[in-house]
Design a binder for this molecule. Structure first.
Ligand SMILES: [Zn+2]
Length: 234
C-alpha cells in the first residue's frame, strides 16, 4: 500500500524486502527461468548497443587503477613462478637450447645504449628523484660511484678502486683529511695527481680529503705536502 510520507514509504519497502527476502529471491528466480530467451536477447542487445561505452569505461577503469592492477599482476605472476619454478626452469632451459642462434643474434643486434638513452629520456624526473634518494641514504657509495664514472669518462689509467679499498684508505688515515688533518665522516676521494692531469684511478693515487680542501685543491698540486702512504697490503 503506497504511503504519502516518502520516508515512511522507504522504511516500509526496506522492511518488506527483509521480511520477504526468500520469497523475493524465489520470484526472481522463477522469472529468470520462465523468461530465459527474452532475457538473453535483452542482454545481448544491451551488450551490442553499449559496446563503445563499455570499452571506454574499461579503459578508464584500467587507467585509474593502473598501479594497483600492475601490482596485482606482478604478485600473481611471482606467485605462479614460485609455484611452478621447476617447470619454468626446464622450459626456459629448453627454449635457450632450441633458440640458441636466434638469441645470440638478438643480443648482438640489440642496442642497449640506445634503449638506455630512451629510457633515461622518458623517465628523467623519476631517475633524478631516485638518484637523490640514493645519495641521501648512501652518501659514501654515491660519492664512490660518481668518481668511478668520472674516472671512466676521462679514461683514467690504473686498476680502479673498489669501495673496500677506499674504506681501507680512509681507515689508514684514521678518517682524517690528509691536508688539514680534520676528522670527518664525509671525506671525499682526492686523486693526488688529478684525473684531469692524467692521474690514475688507483689505490696508489687516492687520499681522503675534506670537502673544503678537495675543492681548494681542484686540479692543482696538493696545498701542503702530503704524507703519502702507499698501502702495499692491498
Ligand atoms: Zn681538509
Amino acid at each position: 500500500m503506497p504511503r504519502k510520507d516518502p520516508d515512511a514509504q522507504r522504511i516500509y519497502t526496506a522492511e518488506y524486502r527483509i521480511s520477504h527476502h526468500a520469497e523475493i529471491l524465489a520470484r526472481k528466480k522463477r522469472y529468470r527461468e520462465t523468461h530465459r530467451e527474452e532475457l538473453r536477447l535483452k542482454a545481448q542487445k544491451y551488450y551490442i548497443e553499449n559496446h563503445d561505452a563499455r570499452l571506454q569505461a574499461d579503459t578508464l577503469r584500467r587507467e585509474q587503477n593502473r598501479e594497483e592492477i600492475r601490482r596485482r599482476g606482478r604478485e600473481k605472476s611471482a606467485k605462479y613462478r614460485e609455484e611452478h619454478r621447476v617447470e619454468y626452469n626446464i622450459k626456459f632451459a629448453k627454449y635457450r637450447i632450441e633458440h640458441h642462434e636466434a638469441i645470440r643474434l638478438r643480443n648482438a643486434t640489440y642496442d642497449y645504449r640506445e634503449k638506455r638513452r630512451q629510457y633515461r629520456e622518458a623517465n628523467r624526473e623519476a631517475i633524478r628523484e631516485r638518484d637523490k634518494k640514493y645519495h641521501e641514504e648512501h652518501p659514501e657509495q654515491s660519492h664512490f660511484h660518481s668518481l668511478l664514472r668520472r674516472a671512466r669518462k676521462s679514461q683514467a689509467p690504473g686498476n680502479g678502486v673498489t669501495i673496500k679499498q677506499w674504506r681501507f684508505v680512509k681507515t689508514l688515515y684514521k678518517d682524517c683529511c690528509v691536508y688539514c688533518g680534520k676528522k670527518s665522516k664525509r671525506l671525499t676521494m682526492d686523486h693526488v695527481v688529478a684525473l684531469a692531469c692524467g692521474g690514475a684511478h688507483d689505490i696508489t693515487n687516492i687520499v681522503p680529503a675534506c670537502r673544503s680542501c678537495n675543492s681548494k685543491k681542484h686540479v692543482g698540486p696538493p696545498p701542503i705536502p702530503t704524507q703519502f702512504v702507499l698501502p702495499l697490503a692491498m
